[in-house]
Design a protein around this ligand. Sequence first.
Ligand code: 3H9
Length: 700
Amino acid sequence: MTSPVSYKIVDEIGVITVDNPPVNALSQAVRQGLQDAIRTAQSDASKAVLIHCVGRTFFAGADITEFGKPAVEPFLPELLNEIEDSTKLVVAALHGTALGGGFETALASHYRIALDSAKVGLPEVKLGLLPGAGGTQRLPRLAGIPASLEMILTGTPITAGRASELGLVDRIVSSDLRKAAIEYTRELVDSGALVRRTSELTAATVDDSVFDEIRSGLAKRARGQTVSSRIVDCVKAASELAFTDGLKLERELFVESMRDPQSTALQHMFFAEREAAKVLGVSRETAHRDIQKVGIIGGGTMGGGIAMSFANAGYAVTLIEINDDALDRGLAIVEKNYAGSVKRGKLSEAAANKCRDLIIGSTEYAALADVDIVIEAVFEDVELKKDIFARLDKVCKPGAILATNTSYQDVNAIAAVTARPEDVIGMHFFSPAHIMKLLEVVRADKTADDVLGTVMSLAKRIRKVAVVSGVCYGFIGNRMLAGYFREAQLCLIEGGLPESIDAAMYDWGMAMGPISVADLAGLDVGYKARQGLSEEERGDPRSYRIPDALVAEGRLGQKSGAGFYTYDPMTRKKTSDPAVLEVIEREARDLGVERGAIEADEIIDRLIYALVNEGLRILDEGIAQRPGDIDVVYVYGYGFPAWRGGPMHYADAVGLDTVLARINEFRGRFGADNWTPAPLLEKLVAENTTIVDWAKRSVG
Ligand code: 3H9
C-alpha cells in the first residue's frame, strides 16, 4: 500500500506532503509516514521541515474510526513530541480546518503559516474528549489560559485572523499556500530563526478565581457533561505543572474520557449525523436538480423561518401570502428576526440587509412560475394543502420540486392531487426554522430519487441536518413524541407536578421539560386538534383532560401568559401557579385517579421508554432507515442530550433486556394499551443482540 505521506527536499526545505482524503485524518498510516519523514529530515541535507496537506484541509484531527480499537504505534502524543524535538525547525502550513490532533500537530511545530480562509480549533469536547496530544498544555502556553479555556470548552474553531491575534499563527497568506509556505520556511532559515518549542514556554498564570468562575458556570453551559471539568483540570495544570507532568495528567484524563459512555454516545452521534445524509437505495452519483430560486407558501412563523434559512444561504426566495396584510405581517416577522440577529451580534447589519433583500413577497401564485423548489408552509389542514398543491401543479415549471412542510399529514395523499407525484416530497422543518438544525425529509411512495438526492444536498447547503423518514402520521419525531407527552400527562394526573416532571427530564439532560414544551407550543394546538376527533380517537382522557381544562380557563400556554405555569409578560420567566394544582387535583378526582408521589426515576423511564418503544416500531416498519437516524432526529429536533446518544443508542447502552423488563412492568401496572413492547424489542432481547448490531445485519 502506498503511504499517504511523501517527503521531498525542495529548495533545501524538507517538504512533508500528506494526502489522506477526505479530511487528512491522522490515521496510523499517516502517523507512520510523518514519523518516517521527520526522522529522515533529521539527518539529510534539508535545512528545515515543512508539513502540509493536499486536498480540502490540513489534518482535521485524529482518525475517529480508529477510536475504540487497539491503538497502534506511533501514538500521536509521542509523535508530536518528536516533531517538536526536531533539531531542524518545523513549519506547519494550515488550510481548511486544522482541528483536534491536526491543530495539535501545528502547535507542536515551531512556526505556523495559514491561508486566510483557514480555521483552527480543538473540537474534541464535541466527542466527549479533551485534546489528547498535548493540546491542553501547548495551547495555553501560546494563547494564554482564558482564550484556551474558551476554545477547548466550546470546541468552536476560530478564524486564521483570530488565531494570529492570539499568537497561534505567525503568518497569513491569501493564496498558493504551498509556495508561500516554502518561501516562508526559506525566509526563516535565511534569517537564522531558531527552533521554537512551545513546550519550553510558560503559560501565564491567572488568578484561581478564573478557574472557579469557569467551573461554577459549567453546570449551566455544559450541563451533565463530564468531560468539561477534566478540561479545566488540564488547562489549569498547564500553568502550574512542568510540561511533561501536564502531559501526563492530560493522558490520564484523556483515557478516562475515552472510556466514558458519554464519549461513546457523542462519537456515535458524529457518525450517525453523517450516515443520515446517505439515502439507502439512492446512489451519491444520482444527478441533482439545479436549485437557484425558492418559493415559500405561507408567511407565518414557520414560512418566515424557512425563508430565512434559504436567504441566509444565498438563495433568492419568493414568499407567497394570501393577501397584502398577511404578507406584510410575514415580512415584518422576518424583519424582526433579522434585527434580533444583528442585535445579538450573530449577523452584521450589512449581512442581514443582504439576506433580507433576497426575500421578496407576493400574493400571486404566478410569481412561482420560475422557482426551482417550492415549500408549502401553511397550517395543518390537509384539504388546504391539497388545494395548494393542485394550484402549484398548474403554475410551477416542469421539474420544479414541490415540497410540503407538514408535520403530520399524508404526503402521498398530497402528492396524489398533482400530475407529478414524483416531484413531491416532505420537508419538515422545526420551529424556529431559521435556528433549528433538524430537517425531516419525507420520502413519499412516488418521490423520484433525484428529488430526494437534491433535497438532501440542499439541506446541507442551508446548514440543516437532514434525516429521511417514510410516510406515517407524525413521521419519525412527532410519532414518537406522542407517547412521551402521553406519559408526561399521565405522570401529572397520577401525582406529579409540572415542576417535578420538568425537573426530572431537565436534570436527566433534556433541553426543556415536557410540560414547559407544551406551554411553549401552545395548549390550544392539541385542544383544537382533539375537537375534530371522536372520544375513541382522542384516546385515554387522563392524558389530555388537564391541558383541555386549562385551555377552557384561557390558559393557552406561554402566548397567553399562562398555561401549566404563569409567565411574566416582560421576561417570560415562569412561576408555579397554585391554581394549576387545583385543576390537576380536580380532574384527577373527576376521573377517579388517586394521586400519589412519583419518583423521578419512574418519570424518566416512562417518558424515555415510550420513545424507545415507538422508535423500535418505526425502525421495524422501515419508516426510519437506521437507528442512528432516529437518534439524530431526537438530538437535533427535540432537545435529547447528545451525550446520551439519542433514544436508540441510549436503549442499547442501558441494555435491551432492562428496557424490556421495565416496559413489561409498566404493562402490568398501567395496561397493554400504552405498554405493549414493540415486537422488535422482544425479538432483539430473545436473540440477545443490540439495536445497532441488528441494524448492521439488516441495513448493512
Ligand atoms: C482528536 O483529534 C483527538 C486528539 O486530540 C488526540 C488523539 C490522541 N476521522 O463532516 P464531513 C469523515 S479527536 C475520521 O461530512 P465536512 C466523515 O466521517 C478528532 N473520519 O465533511 C465523513 O465520512 P463519510 C478531532 C473523519 O466538509 C467525511 O470525513 N477532530 C474525521 O462537512 C467528510 O466529513 C474533529 O472532531 C475524522 N477526524 O466537514 C473533526 N473527520 O464521507 C471532525 C471527518 O464517509 N470533523 N471524517 O461520511 C469535522 O468536524 C468535519 O468532518 C470537517 C469537514 C469540518 C473536518
